[in-house]
Design a protein around this ligand. Structure first.
Ligand SMILES: [Zn+2]
Length: 182
């Protein structure tokens, strides 16, 4: 397909010029740095994103490509109270302006409220999504109420019930004999 959306090699200028938009999903397992934060948990979780491109004119009337990008996912972060995993929704919604060179980006990023990035023909959108999600993570994630420790007595009682339900092997044997199968 000629117009297939390629998030890893996005041609930002063309995408913005055509006023393109796209919604996509990737497994968390594909984001190495996010997986590290989640200590390997939840690789099957989806990272959902939507991106729109547009051309805006700068103060001098010059066309500039922009991306409006938002994404969200759920990360199993380490609770700072009980050290257990706590599911946290992490999301962002930002706009990015693209300029021709690295130098220009550095200068303009200082002066602008929006984020300024360098235009390239093969821009990795997923890397930007990962960068932004990492920055959007809470500094000290915590359960609203940490889970109670497992009560062993309850677990033991359940185990005994299970044993009671298990058929007596001799009774089973007797049944087979009664049917003439023993
Ligand atoms: Zn906790």
């Amino acid at each position: 397909m000629k117009n297939e959306f390629a998030p890893r090699t996005l041609h930002v200028a063309a995408f913005a010029q055509s006023g393109g938009s796209h919604m996509g999903e990737e497994r968390l397992a594909r984001f190495e740095r996010l997986m590290e934060e989640a200590r390997g948990l939840g690789g099957e979780t989806w990272v959902s994103y939507s991106v729109g491109g547009e051309i805006r004119q700068d103060a001098a009337g010059k066309d500039e490509p922009w991306l409006n990008l938002k994404a969200h996912t759920c990360l199993a972060l380490e609770c700072q109270r009980c050290m257990g995993p706590v599911d946290v929704l992490v999301e962002f919604d930002r706009s990015f302006r693209f300029v021709a060179t690295e130098d220009l980006a550095a200068v303009e990023d200082e002066e602008s409220e929006e984020d300024v990035l360098v235009l390239s023909k093969t821009f990795n959108l997923l890397e930007l999504i990962e960068d932004e999600l990492l920055m959007a993570m809470p500094l000290s994630p915590m359960h609203d109420a940490c889970p109670q420790p497992v009560k062993m007595q309850v677990a033991d009682a359940g185990f005994e019930d299970l044993m009671d339900e298990k058929p007596n092997p001799f009774a089973v044997l007797q049944k087979l004999k009664d049917k003439g199968l023993g």
